[in-house]
Ligand binder design. Structure first.
Ligand SMILES: Nc1ncnc2c1ncn2[C@@H]1O[C@H](COP(=O)(O)OP(=O)(O)OP(=O)(O)O)[C@@H](O)[C@H]1O
Ligand SMILES: [Mg+2]
Length: 443
């Protein structure tokens, strides 16, 4: 039977020797004495379980240890020297970051159970985050009916070479869809050139699209290849196509009909083989009706039409999206942040998301950096918040809200002196620590 592997951070070697004597046949530990060595070891294959030995409360630099713990999907167990569980600095550190703790001297049976739990927990955590990544297709996250419909459409589109027009609100993933079409089509080995028609000054768009010869206009010091030519054999993605000035709409139409371009300042026709994918967040039909967009160009571009659903139309995709964003940005977060509270997940699914996935990403990133909680709250995300206890759904929720308010305000008043706060509130310190942990309060 292959052994379960664990990491043991043990400066003095106290536990390393004891573990050896205990003879745990299922387990094999790599012992390291510094955080630097641990960081190096964890750049390779990451074990499921890690033990950190505290011979004294100040053994390890707190920030660095928390950063190491936050960075890896490992369940950590603290091994504490005698009496250390009562240390007012060490206890919250352990409560925040560790799956469980064990006090010295080691008890073989208890240790085996703790290790087994941690191992199982790490396995299901990794399996769950693996599913989050698989929840979707074409590099996109989401298995909602609307997204499944979009994947089916993309599947058909990648086998043909027709122009595509992608509609959808801002931040909904139009560029992501365009990139997916490119990378799953026969043009994948060719370039993907993206150009935002709304972001380029109108007098420069022509040369951006078609290129220019040296001396074509003042300032044209050398020949420049335009985006259409640069996208040869690949895809040209024209974002905000509705912002393309009318005269250039005529030029683009000509290119789509003839498949040739003429650089500014030249007379030579150059053949170019490009698939055009355009995107718009405005209703082009209306732009056509109002004379701001050429009808003939609209029909040319709109051979295939895709609509990316707004995030509010697919709230079920929000939890896997949120998990994916959390995992992607986990190198940039406050060390104690471990995930989302269930209220936060609920609020995210009830919010209307005018800025769609981009807004979701921004709010989560901000909350991961700024939150002072273990689980990101509704307030951390800046989402509409209820009226505290009055808004609670059950008595338990109301009680938790009130308890949290009182404990937090007392901790502030007595500068995090847990013994004093426990005395003021008439509970034991152990009870107070348990409440602090349960109510997700950070000291
Ligand atoms: N289904 C999805 N799964 C994962 N990430 C997504 C999804 N949709 C969008 N995103 C992410 O959201 C962000 C915005 O997407 P994108 O730039 O494609 O949107 P857009 O519709 O082009 O926005 P805009 O209209 O503002 O140009 C990107 O970071 C993208 O990776
Ligand atoms: Mg875009």
């Amino acid at each position: 039977m292959s052994k379960r592997k664990g990491l043991l951070l043990d400066q003095q070697g106290t536990v390393s020797a004891a573990l050896h004597d205990l003879e745990l046949p299922e387990w094999e530990f790599l012992t390291l004495t510094t955080l630097d060595a641990a960081r190096r070891a964890l750049s390779g294959k990451v074990p499921l379980v890690g033990l950190v030995v505290f011979d004294s409360a100040r053994d390890w630099p707190v920030r660095e240890l928390e950063a190491l713990i936050a960075r890896h999907p490992i369940e950590w167990i603290a091994i504490l020297g005698r009496g250390l569980m009562r240390d007012t600095q060490l206890a919250p550190l352990v409560a925040r970051n560790f799956h469980d703790f064990h006090t010295l001297p080691l008890d073989r049976e208890r240790l085996l159970i703790t290790l087994g739990h941690a191992h199982g927990k790490a396995l299901i955590t990794r399996a769950a985050s693996g599913t989050a990544q698989e929840c979707g297709r074409f590099g996109m996250t989401g298995n909602s009916p609307r997204m499944l419909e979009l994947y089916r459409q993309i599947e058909k589109i990648v086998t043909v070479d027709a122009p595509v027009l992608i509609g959808g609100e801002s931040g909904s993933g139009k560029e992501l869809v365009a990139r997916a079409i490119h990378s799953h089509s026969e043009r994948a080995r060719g370039p993907f050139i993206a150009m935002n028609c709304g972001a380029i000054p109108p007098n420069l768009i022509q040369s951006e699209l078609f290129g220019h010869e040296r001396g074509a206009f003042s300032g044209a010091h050398q020949r420049k290849i335009g985006n259409i030519e640069a996208a040869n054999d690949g895809v040209l993605f024209l974002d905000e196509i509705g912002d393309l000035p009318l005269d250039l709409q005529a030029n683009l139409l000509r290119f789509l009909q003839e498949r040739t371009i003429v650089r500014v300042g030249s007379t030579e026709r150059v053949r170019v083989n490009v698939r055009v994918i355009a995107a718009t967040h405005v209703d082009l039909n209306r732009a056509v009706a109002e004379g701001r967009f050429r009808e003939d160009l609209y029909y040319r571009l709109n051979v295939v039409h895709l609509k990316v659903p707004a995030l509010r139309e697919r709230p079920g995709d929000i939890p896997p999206l949120a998990d994916g964003i959390f995992a992607e940005h986990s190198h940039q977060k406050a060390p104690q942040v471990k995930g989302f509270s269930s209220e936060a997940l609920r609020a995210m699914q009830e919010y209307a998301w005018p800025g769609n996935v981009r807004e979701l990403t921004n709010r989560i990133q901000q909350a991961m950096i700024m939150s002072e909680n273990r689980l990101i709250t509704v307030a951390d995300l800046g989402l509409p918040i209820g009226e505290g206890a009055a808004d609670a759904r059950t008595l338990d929720e109301a009680r938790a809200t009130v308890e949290k308010e009182i404990i937090v305000s007392n901790l502030r008043k007595y500068r995090n002196n847990v013994s004093e706060v426990a005395r003021q509130l008439g509970v034991s310190r152990v009870t107070l620590y348990r409440m602090i942990d349960r109510l997700n309060i950070v000291l």
